[in-house]
Design a protein around this ligand. Structure first.
Ligand SMILES: Nc1ncnc2c1ncn2[C@@H]1O[C@H](COP(=O)(O)OP(=O)(O)OP(=O)(O)O)[C@@H](O)[C@H]1O
Ligand SMILES: [Mg+2]
Length: 222
C-alpha cells in the first residue's frame, strides 16, 4: 500500500519574539487522515508552533511545505488563497460574527473563496445536520450554547473541504461534557471523512486518542 501523502512538512523551524527564542528547531510532519495533538506546559511554544506551521506567522528560520509545495516560493496572495482553499482553523474562542446566522457564519470562508451561494448553503446545511444542529441554522451565535458555537466554528472550518485543520485549544473554553462531544466530533471526522488535524490541547484524554501526541517543552518537541 502506498504511504499517505504528506500534507505538512516543517523542518527545523526557529522563531523568536524580540530577543526571546520561542521555537528552537522544531520539525514535524502530518500525513493525510492523521489526527495529531500538541501538548505541553503553558508558554512551551505550542500556539506559536501552530501559527508558524499554518503559515499565519513567518518563521525566522526553517522550511515549510504544504503538500510538497515550498511556501517560501509562494506570493502572499497565492499563500492566502491556498489557506482559504485548503486549510481550516478552529480557535479557543470561536470568533463567530455576531450579526450573522449560524448558517451564514459557516458559509463565510466559501464566500471569500467566491463559491456559488446555493451550493455553499447546501453544504453548510449538511454540516449542521452532521453536527446535530440542523435546527439552529437561522440562529445568531449569541443565542447558542458555547458547545454549539464551537461546533459551528468547526463546521465553518470544514466548509471548503480543507485538507488540514489547525485547532488551538478548541475545547479550552468548554465544560467537560462539551469538550468530550467535540473530541468525538474530531475523531468521527477523521474516521468518516479521513480529515486531518493538528490540535493544540491541554486535554490529555483528547491527546491520548490522537494518532500521535507531540509534547513541547521550552520551544522544542521532545
Ligand atoms: N506575539 C508575541 N510577542 C512576544 N512574545 C510572545 C508572543 N506570542 C508568544 N510569546 C511568548 O512566547 C512564548 C510561547 O508562547 P505560546 O503562546 O506559543 O505558548 P503556549 O505553549 O501556546 O502556551 P499556552 O498553553 O499558555 O497557550 C511565551 O513565553 C510567550 O510569552
Ligand atoms: Mg497557546
Amino acid at each position: 500500500m502506498e504511504a499517505a501523502p504528506k500534507l505538512l512538512v516543517a523542518k527545523d523551524i526557529y522563531k523568536n519574539y524580540g530577543a526571546i527564542p520561542v521555537l528552537k528547531g522544531v520539525s514535524l510532519e502530518i500525513s493525510k487522515g492523521e489526527l495529531v495533538s500538541v501538548v505541553g506546559a503553558s508558554g512551551a511554544g505550542k500556539s506559536t508552533l501552530l501559527y508558524v506551521v499554518s503559515s499565519l506567522e513567518k518563521a525566522d528560520k526553517g522550511s515549510l511545505f504544504f503538500e510538497g509545495q515550498d511556501i517560501a516560493q509562494l506570493s502572499n496572495k497565492a499563500l492566502a488563497q491556498y489557506r482559504n482553499e485548503h486549510i481550516g482553523f478552529v480557535f479557543q474562542f470561536h470568533h463567530l460574527l455576531p450579526e450573522f446566522t449560524a448558517l451564514e457564519n459557516i458559509c463565510i470562508p466559501g464566500w471569500i473563496g467566491k463559491k456559488a451561494k446555493k451550493q455553499l448553503e447546501k453544504k453548510a446545511l449538511e454540516l449542521l445536520d452532521f453536527m446535530g444542529l440542523a435546527d439552529k441554522a437561522a440562529k445568531k451565535p449569541n443565542s447558542l450554547s458555547g458547545g454549539e458555537q464551537q461546533r459551528i466554528a468547526v463546521a465553518r472550518a470544514l466548509i471548503n473541504d480543507p485538507h488540514l485543520i489547525f485547532a488551538d485549544e478548541p475545547t479550552g473554553n468548554l465544560d467537560s461534557e462539551n469538550a468530550i462531544a467535540l473530541h468525538e466530533l474530531f475523531i468521527q471526522l477523521r474516521d468518516t471523512m479521513n480529515q486531518s488535524f493538528l490540535i493544540v490541547t491541554h486535554n490529555e484524554s483528547l491527546a491520548d486518542r490522537c494518532n500521535r501526541k507531540l509534547t513541547m517543552k521550552d520551544g522544542i518537541i521532545l
